[in-house]
Design a protein around this ligand. Structure first.
Ligand code: F6P
Length: 323
């Protein structure tokens, strides 16, 4: 391998820049050339590719978003689109790729790698933490901290007005942000898609907690058709318990922005560095994961296809602490 291409794809996540910096500098340190590919897979197709030197990644470790821009590219899902991408790779003399992104982006990487026999290393970059084989994804810790800060602020109003708040958080069908966000902010409950019975437990919470002893409550709701989202739940509760002063707050893209936490910067730096080690060791088509503070290689087939389980003790802890 002589030249590595790097791209970010799918939803941006804090720490992506730290990962770009780490991949670029580790590659150069290891004697490789690096090319930055702009706008994810779209930039591969439209040939928006620039040679990177160490200065291209100066002063970015603290920045949210991604300096490479990102996109969700429809064309790359077609064989014709991927052929164009491959032709550009060849022309640019890129012989390996590092793809930073979530589930959809790594699925694209897997198909592309198999079709054209190119070594690709994936880095888990998503606030959702929904990739199997890694304890944490790049951006998850920052998003969790943002959620905690937001809920702390909303709690002031919930308490002052004695209201029941439903706060919707992101996660694309995964409950990690909602569940851990609820524990970190001392919320009363988390409604997550992995445990659908939680919706029924909401009634119990309202009957036994809110009604009897608490004058305000905060429930975090993971966005998902399974949970019905915060709006749907609030409507249900308003109908069934008309006496309550119910409010909804949808945190939205607030959760994706901001300067990455130290945890995410270090995670991204280690993973970015490990991506180059993996390529130099002739690894291909694996995602870099971090398990128990050790770098691991997770085959794409495992990282994408498996549902990452929610830890039961977190659910129990939240329930216990919300009495
Ligand atoms: O995957 C990250 C994420 O923020 C999800 O939590 C959310 O479902 C989705 O992206 C939103 O995507 P967009 O920014 O394209 O609306």
């Amino acid at each position: 391998i002589n030249c590595v291409g790097i791209l970010t794809s799918g939803g941006d996540a804090p720490g992506m820049n730290a990962a770009i910096r780490a991949v670029t500098r580790s590659a150069i340190y290891g004697g490789l050339r690096v090319k930055g590919i702009y706008r994810g897979y779209r930039g591969l197709i439209t040939d928006e590719i620039v040679e990177f030197r160490t200065q291209n990644v100066s002063n970015i470790i603290q920045a949210g978003g991604t300096i490479l821009k990102t996109a969700r590219c429809k064309e790359f899902t077609t064989p014709e689109g991927r052929q164009l991408a491959y032709d550009n790779l060849k022309r640019q003399e890129i012989d390996a790729l590092v793809v930073i992104g979530g589930d959809g982006s790594l699925t694209g990487a897997r198909i592309f790698a198999n079709e054209f026999n190119i070594p690709i290393i994936g880095l888990p970059g998503t606030i959702d933490n929904d990739l199997y084989g890694t304890d944490s994804t790049i951006g998850y810790d920052t998003a969790l901290n943002t959620i905690m800060e937001c809920v702390d602020k909303i709690r002031d109003t919930a308490t002052s007005h004695e209201r029941l708040f439903f706060i919707e958080v992101m996660g694309r069908d995964a409950g990690f942000l909602a569940l851990n966000g609820a524990i970190a902010s001392g919320a009363e409950a988390a409604i997550i898609p992995e445990i659908s019975t939680e919706v029924d437990q909401l009634a119990e919470l309202i009957e036994h907690g809110f009604r009897k002893s608490k004058n305000s409550s905060i429930v975090l709701v993971a966005e998902s058709p399974v949970t019905g989202g915060a709006m749907g739940l609030a409507e249900r509760v308003k109908n069934e318990y008309p006496g309550y002063d119910v409010r909804v707050s949808i945190l939205g893209h607030l959760q994706r922005g901001g300067s990455p936490t130290a945890f995410d910067r270090i995670l991204a730096s280690r993973m970015g560095s490990a991506a180059i080690d993996a390529l130099l060791e002739d690894q291909r088509n694996v995602m870099i994961g971090m398990r128990n503070d050790e770098i691991v290689y997770v085959p794409f087939s495992k990282a994408i296809k498996n549902d990452k389980p929610i830890k039961r003790d977190l659910v129990d802890t939240l329930r216990r602490l919300s009495i």
